[in-house]
Design a binder for this molecule. Structure first.
Ligand SMILES: [Fe+2]
Length: 229
């Protein structure tokens, strides 16, 4: 990789790159920004259901719980998720709250699995306890399964379709992406069957690989329905 600044690099480092070509990710300027996400906090009138759900999905353990709050974690962080407990009847005051994300505000949080095998085995594990995705799609850059917690908060479980970040950045500037920026729906059960049959993981990440023969998946904007929105 050249030490010379890429001609695609923006002249003002505080301005985003607006070029049509992908920036050289090895040449991006250092900026003083947060290093990584630590946790999120949810005000919930369904704390028991939330603790149960995150226990299944993330293997979350409760590190503290009292009448007002619960802290959960599943890795090295002191807490990944905190629940501020509201009295259960409060849910009746906000009957449409779980639909809010369909129209306004944060839509989802995304979590990366380092292989499609891990993603599919998680899909299988959760399906066995009755937790299934509300949307399964190969977006192009990622293969993604969207879940919703008991409060309707949407979580995307994804794996990268390209082996390098540079490959992904270049895909964002490709005609393929311009033609179909949303992606093509996938059948995770079919992908799992293919994985078990010995198909290379790299093949499973290709667009169309998750289409069961004889079926026609929704693609691009047609993939966005009331359910998947
Ligand atoms: Fe996403």
């Amino acid at each position: 990789m050249s030490a010379t600044p890429s001609p695609l690099q923006p002249s003002d480092p505080d301005r985003p790159d607006t070029e049509d070509s992908a920036p050289d990710l090895g040449q991006l300027p250092d900026r003083l920004v947060p290093d990584f996400i630590a946790h999120w906090v949810v005000k919930t009138a369904r704390s028991a259901g939330m603790i149960d759900w995150y226990g299944h999905v993330f293997g979350a353990r409760v590190v503290h719980e009292d009448d007002q709050i619960a802290f959960l974690t599943w890795d090295h962080e002191s807490h990944r998720l905190a629940l501020v407990k509201l009295p259960p009847p409060v849910r009746l005051a906000f009957p449409l709250s779980r639909w809010r994300r369909k129209t306004y505000g944060i839509d989802h949080l995304a979590f990366t699995f380092t292989s499609v095998e891990k993603l599919l085995l998680t899909y299988e594990r959760l399906k066995k306890v009755g937790i299934s995705p509300v949307w399964s799609i190969n977006h192009g850059p990622t293969t993604s399964l969207y879940y919703e917690d008991p409060e309707g908060i949407r979580l995307e479980f994804q794996t990268e379709n390209f082996p390098t970040a540079q490959g992904t950045a270049e895909y964002f500037t490709s005609p393929d992406f311009a033609e179909n920026p949303i992606g093509t729906d996938i059948d995770p059960d079919y992908l799992l069957e293919q994985l078990r049959a010995g198909v290379e993981q790299e093949q499973l990440l290709k667009r169309g690989a998750g289409t069961r023969p004889g079926t026609t998946p929704r693609s691009n904007k047609r993939a966005i329905t009331w359910k998947t929105l």
